[in-house]
Design a protein around this ligand. Sequence first.
Ligand SMILES: NC(=O)c1ccc[n+]([C@@H]2O[C@H](COP(=O)([O-])OP(=O)(O)OC[C@H]3O[C@@H](n4cnc5c(N)ncnc54)[C@H](O)[C@@H]3O)[C@@H](O)[C@H]2O)c1
Length: 256
Amino acid sequence: MGRLEGQIAFITGAASGIGMACAKRFAREGAKIAGFDIAKPADELWQELLALDPEAHFSEGDVRDEASVEAAAGAAAERFGRIDILVNSAGVSAAGTVGDLEVSEWDRVIDINLKGTYIASKHVVKHMLEQGSGSIVNLASIEGLEAFPSQAAYNASKGGVVLLTKNMAIDYGQFGIRVNCLCPGLIDTPMTAILHMDELKEMRDKFVRSHMLGRAGKPEEVAAAALFLVSDDASFVTGHSLVVDGGFTAGRRLTD
Ligand SMILES: NC(=O)c1ccc[n+]([C@@H]2O[C@H](COP(=O)([O-])OP(=O)(O)OC[C@H]3O[C@@H](n4cnc5c(N)ncnc54)[C@H](O)[C@@H]3O)[C@@H](O)[C@H]2O)c1
């Protein structure tokens, strides 16, 4: 029997990277998946998920669009009868200092990463309140804990997600709803593929060396941590920010 047998998971950003890895891992553990993403998943990935969960359902929409999130969460609750798990994985990054970021770019990053987490939580938590149970995992980042150069909007959005997580843990713990976040280090996904460009190679190598395990992480390693947080093994864990960062935030070596 899987660790999430019969549970229903609503996952934003489910088409790719960490969101898709969570969908597959949770399905392997017996959960039914309702995915939500602005882009359709690649056919091959979707077929892999369907092989694990033949009832998996996908809605196309934008986490910034409250009506489409509300409709998708409502449809999932109606289709499956409940929503036990929410993973907020939809996210984008953008480079820029406060001085050179366009306001539109600032808005895009904050609106998708932070406001989108709020909107999806708002429309899933009401179903969890009806049930009197639920578990939410927000994708923050090591960049929600430490500042990175030229990452003004991303840093601010992920710092916001860390504190929103604690806020939701306080507001909803009394109703049987746990809320935690994950702070991954560098994970190889489509979001970070840009770092493989020749001109960014030196920076990526240095970034990788700052992870004490000397490598980037895999989306499946983040999904394993998400599984712990949503499972009964974490029944007394709420308001926590769990780093999955190969030791990045442990400290600095002096030789690099
Ligand atoms: N990859 C990393 O190194 C890393 C590290 C720390 C945190 N994270 C966070 O993990 C989460 C997942 O990132 P990933 O690496 O899997 O990236 P990814 O690009 O592979 O996946 C992100 C998904 O979010 C979707 N998305 C983007 N904008 C959306 C919107 N407006 N509405 C709905 N869906 C939208 C994309 O279509 C994509 O499928 C993000 O929140 C990211 O900030 C990633």
